[in-house]
Write a protein that binds this ligand. Sequence first.
Ligand code: GRF
Length: 208
Amino acid sequence: MISGAGSNLLALDDACRAGEVQGQIVGVLSDRSTAAGLDRARARGLHAEALPIMADETRSAHDARLLAAVSKLQPDFVLLAGYMRILDAAFVHALQGRLLNIHPSLLPRYKGLHTHRRALEAGDDVHGATVHFVTPDLDGGPPVLQARIKIKSGDDEVTLASRVQRCEHVIYPTVAQWCATGRLRYHDGKPMLDGRPLDTPVLQDFEF
Ligand code: GRF
């Protein structure tokens, strides 16, 4: 599920096509009909659909419609890849344990928006991205894999965001492959990797 450019979606699709993820993208849904990622998905022959919220529609009615569209595609997992609308609890509960998100910070630091700016303003030495299971607590679901990079002197929001995105394009396919092969499961509200509870996320350092 996307709202924007869809670079993570393309990275996931590339990894599927290369056999690095033993899975396939069965469909792409967006809340924005103008999302560039929709056209990029269609250009690859993927099913891509926009489901914008309608003027007279409540959030729960919209999310029920969205859930119906998701269910029709029969995915094993649903990956939020730059999906910018907050999903209601009914949607999240229906997909509990099969719904993942990528967030551009080292969660629990910097939930929400403008993460790169906030990391720079705080004078942090490191920054990164997190893949986590989604719960109704926004950006608060259990983290699975984190990518960490050093913040360089002279970094600005644009340079930092672009290096974090390069990491995202590696760690999201990694987690997708863990899901596809059954290595990663969700049990009693906890991620389990290779049968062991993940009390803290796996941390991968990048030199980007
Ligand atoms: C990514 O940086 C992701 O972390 C954030 O939104 C951005 C989406 O980018 N949630 P893209 O649409 O995958 O290019």
